[in-house]
Design a protein around this ligand. Structure first.
Ligand code: NA7
Length: 537
């Protein structure tokens, strides 16, 4: 039977994606009394936590703020086993949510959406699945994830490799056996680091192909017992509000002191304390000047480089692992566990592909300009097309048939990161120019965005209207506002997935740099002003 044959022809809202935001959007829109339907390419819920099931996959956010806040019962019954939960536990949590709130019955699984075209005459979105079925709905909420369209490096011969090869973002459900194998990993950012530290002791040999060394922080990840969980739960009533009122959506915030007002001893004492916390605090819960003042940033960068150097036995390898082309925190700072110790092992080799560029992948391994590396397995930890990728992969066409992917190729623009002018009734979570695109404990931002979208749709319906669309003027103001905040920081000066690609007419910082709290204030203000900046008709 067709997967969507049972859907009513009068669907109010379609939600694409069944990860953190898709599940929550279905829950909130159903609450409004809408007939809401979800489509999910995977065979289960979880989104990021469904696809990224490589060994070592884990959140860099504390589980006790990396969850939903909407249900007291859910908060009371769910126990996180570790401070930073692994992939399997987070996926289990999302399955529990889907079951507990009976969300699965709204979702067609194994159903990839290939196209979404706006029919201006009827004011509906016509959505087409990969198998060619079509369904229409008034509102389209794209919960397709900010980091869900994997990118592969453009290396000749990639298809010729006869060993096993995997992208971390498309990891198989069947177990992958590493024992006794010669494994190569391309990529040394958040994902590559988790893979490398997890497999180093299992494999016969591990060759790490590094293009850019990153700053990291050692994760402190104790198991949580009942007493600790009770202590943490006592904070929930406060944290459910606080997470929305901090720079990065965590239960901690940036420090009130000015770095330059402190003497050198006091600075070091604070940096050491933040370091010992073993979390992202040093990055997004410390001194705000670190993002904007090059001399302050230099102190942080030197501090972390010294920590890295101290852990690597061979000074030549240590030198390669030290970031030198950017300042601390201007790219995503991953947490790690024994990552540097992996490079002290005799079966692990680090290849600097800037000094020794990769030339081609062969049937039996990988060739750099210097030599051949025979491999049984190649792991691509090469990342994603951030923020725009998943939406651009769908043929989204708004008023006049204009392609969103093509528009964003030219210039990445949104209004509040949730709508785009020319695409009426299309809403997105984790979109460009919202903090959810990067500087955010993602579930915080997702919940705030979905709540805003729900309120906006309720407002449209309460006014007896059918259409909501960001105006060109409001979008232009938002882009200018986001750019001006971005340009006050050092972040756009660094090459990373935070920036829209070079192919674009205007490279732009994708995440909103004004903080989760600042962003929420802007969203709340737009709502309080009756959604001015949005044409409602
Ligand atoms: P990222 O952060 O985009 O990292 C991708 C890595 O792959 C990074 O080290 C890249 O080097 C490397 N890469 C990409 N292409 C190549 C080629 N052609 N040759 C060598 N190395 C290459 O993706 P992740 O999956 O690690 O993390 C994404 C986010 O997921 C993360 O920030 C968390 O928020 C969760 P580069 O740095 O570009 O030189």
């Amino acid at each position: 039977m067709s997967r969507i044959a049972s859907f009513s022809p009068q669907i109010d809202a379609i939600v694409v994606g069944a990860g953190f935001s898709g599940l929550y959007a279905i829950y909130r829109l159903r609450e409004l009394g809408l007939d809401v339907r979800g489509f999910e390419a995977g065979n289960g819920v979880g989104g990021t936590w469904y696809w990224n099931r490589y060994l070592g996959a884990r959140t860099d956010s504390e589980g006790y703020v990396y969850h939903y806040w909407f249900s007291d019962e859910l908060l009371a019954e769910w126990d996180w086993s570790e401070r930073f939960p692994g992939q399997a536990e987070t996926e289990r949590y999302l399955n529990h949510v889907a079951d507990r709130f009976e969300l699965r019955r709204h979702i067609a699984f194994n159903t990839r959406i290939n196209a979404a075209h706006y029919d201006a005459d009827r004011a509906v979105w016509r959505v087409t699945t990969a198998s060619g079925e079509t369904v229409t709905a008034r509102f389209l909420v794209m919960c397709t994830g900010g980091l869900s369209a994997p990118t592969f490096p453009n290396i000749p011969g990639r298809d010729a490799f006869r060993g096993e090869s995997y992208h971390t973002g498309q990891w198989p459900h069947a177990p992958v056996e590493f024992h006794g194998k010669r494994v190569g990993v391309i990529g040394t950012a958040a994902t590559g680091i988790q893979v490398i530290q997890s497999i180093a002791a299992q494999v016969a040999s591990l060759t790490v192909f590094q293009r850019t060394a990153n700053y990291t922080i050692p994760m402190r990840n104790p198991r949580l017992d009942d007493a600790e969980r009770a202590r943490l739960r006592a904070h929930y009533p406060e944290w459910r509000h606080r997470v929305h009122d901090t720079f990065a959506g965590f239960h901690f915030d940036q420090m009130p002191q000015a770095f330059n007002d402190l003497d050198a001893d006091e600075r070091m004492r604070i940096l050491e304390n933040l370091w010992a916390d073993g979390s992202l605090k040093l990055w997004i819960g410390s001194f705000r000047e670190m993002f904007a003042d090059a001399s302050v940033n230099q102190v942080f960068s030197d501090f972390v480089r010294a920590k890295i150097r101290a852990r690597v036995h061979d000074p030549r390898i240590a030198e390669k692992l030290l970031p030198k082309d950017h300042g601390f925190g201007t790219r995503r700072v991953p947490l790690e566990t024994n990552y540097y110790e992996a490079f002290n092992r005799s079966n692990v080799e680090l290849v600097d592909v800037r000094a020794e560029p990769i030339e081609r992948i062969t049937p039996s391994g990988l060739n750099t300009s210097a030599r051949e590396y025979p491999l049984d397995m190649l792991v691509y930890a090469t990342g994603f097309t951030a923020a725009t990728g998943a939406l651009s992969e769908v043929d989204v066409r708004g008023r006049g048939g204009v392609s969103l992917g093509e528009a964003w190729n030219h210039d990445v623009r949104t209004c509040l990161g949730m709508q785009v002018h020319g695409y009426p009734n299309l809403f997105m979570t984790m979109g460009p120019l919202s903090p959810a695109a990067a500087f955010c404990n993602v579930p915080t931002c997702i919940q705030q965005q979905v709540d805003w979208i729900r309120d906006a749709i309720a407002h449209v319906r309460a006014r007896g209207c059918t259409v909501m669309e960001a105006t060109a003027e409001a979008e232009a103001q938002w882009v200018e506002h986001a750019d001006s905040l971005a340009n006050m920081t050092l972040v756009p000066k660094t090459q990373s997935w935070y920036m829209s690609g070079k192919a674009n007419g205007k490279p732009r910082l994708l995440p909103y740099a004004g903080g989760v709290n600042g962003y929420k204030r802007e969203c709340d203000a737009a709502k309080a002003r009756g959604y001015d900046g949005f044409a409602i008709r």
